[in-house]
Design a protein around this ligand. Sequence first.
Ligand code: DDQ
Ligand code: CA
Length: 254
Amino acid sequence: MIRAALLLFLLVATGCSAFARETPVYGYKVVATYPHDPGAFTQGLIWLDGKLYESTGLNRRSTIREVRLEDGKVLRSVSLPSRYFGEGIVDWGDEIISLTWQHEIGFRWKRGDFQQTAAFHYPGEGWGLTRDKSHVYMSDGTAQIRVLDPLTMAERKRIDVTDNGQPVASLNELEWVKGEIFANVWMTTRIARIDPKSGRVKGWIDLAPLVREAAPGSDDAVLNGIAYDEARDRLFVTGKNWSKLFEIDLLQPS
Ligand code: DDQ
Ligand code: CA
């Protein structure tokens, strides 16, 4: 009996280790470099109809802006009410939806004139936003991604994000890229490639050399900001207070 149990244990243990694979790590190649406002404490980044839209954080300095890619010029900008610390943004129809860090409030803005049209509430922290065709996805600093109704921002479910069974916390700026959710992990040089169905991290993108080269000295100047141009299959990344924004191609894991 004991022997049988031991045998079973051994079988399971060796079986499991045979299945535990290392998550692939993708490299990158910089294909273009653009200027980026070093005053922008970047919290959200999207590509929309030929322009970048970016949200910035910090108390009394949070903005949502339309930015020209080529020279980084801020074409339009709206300030959040000064008590709010701005976080991620996403577009829905002709609106931009934005989060705040710890005030449990988000806003909807008309994209055409940056008029604020509505506010909504949520429990916990607001970090990143992205979307697919039917839902909005929100990170909150934990290892979960909330799935929301884009019109009401009511929560539908949560995705538990894991890498080899371990939760991946501090998921930050998000971007939906070809059926995956890309997420900056706060205070690291990596982007997680998440399968939205299972929450599993299918791969990592290691941007350490880029971060070393591009990030200004401050501890807060982390990699944050991923935007995907679906029409031209371009992936953009930047960071908080970085003076550059990069278009990168992913390299297959070696
Ligand atoms: N979050 O964006 C990761 C959610 C929060 C970032 C908080 C960083 C605080 C920095 C304060 C710097 C003051 C100069
Ligand atoms: Ca994004």
